[in-house]
Design a protein around this ligand. Structure first.
Ligand code: IMP
Ligand code: MG
Length: 185
């Protein structure tokens, strides 16, 4: 596969680094209050959620551990097909634990709906969801979100963990591609 061109000039910032950092700190404080005195396991979905997880957990002041899952949906890169495949399962059992799923973005909701069903079968003490971004206009299945960073419009976004063709995850802000971004060179 030929590497994609790095087209920073064709990205329009949508959520700035400052806005992200302020909101992630607020979410961390809220989660810390809600889980005070309780066990907590953060379950992040690879790879998009790692940047959010890394910042969020440093704002959670109560004891907690982390674990990872990897999922993949069949079909085109920027469209969700609703069929989800588990590429990597959790390392640890979650029975009787307070689990908080950490997501980068909820789009159609299929990935999260599938993940919730899968984790609920393992009988955690509780199961909640924190997502940095909620693209709710695109929702196809109703899935409860307990903590939401930002509601975003119906547009493809990159940065802060979110990729296009595996690039741009390292941007400290969230951006929307401009005209020409997706064109072949
Ligand atoms: P859903 O199953 O449609 O909710 O899709 C969820 C997954 O699709 C996310 O975890 C992302 O990996 C990917 N995704 C959805 N929208 C975007 C986007 O705007 N940019 C990058 N990835 C996205
Ligand atoms: Mg994802």
């Amino acid at each position: 596969m030929r590497p994609q061109k790095w087209r920073l000039d064709l990205l329009e910032p949508l959520i700035t680094e400052e806005q992200l950092q302020r909101r992630v700190a607020e979410l961390g404080a809220e989660i810390s209050r809600d889980y005070e005195g309780r066990d907590l396991l953060l379950v992040a979905v690879l790879k998009g959620s790692v940047v959010f997880l890394a910042d969020l957990m440093r704002h959670i002041t109560t004891p907690h551990s982390i674990d990872f899952m990897a999922t993949s949906s069949y079909g085109a890169a920027t469209e969700s097909s609703g069929i989800v495949r588990i590429l990597k399962d959790l390392d640890m059992p979650i029975t009787g634990r307070n689990v908080l799923i950490v997501e980068d973005i909820v789009d159609t909701g299929h990935t999260l709906a599938y993940l919730r069903r899968l984790l609920l079968e393992r009988e955690p003490a509780s199961l909640r969801v924190v997502t940095l971004l909620d693209k709710r206009e695109r929702r196809e299945v109703d899935v409860p979100l307990d903590y939401v960073g930002f509601v975003v419009p119906n547009a493809f976004v990159v940065g802060y963990g979110l990729d296009y063709a595996e690039l741009y995850r390292n941007l400290p802000y969230i951006a929307v591609p401009k005209e020409g971004f997706f064109d072949e060179e």
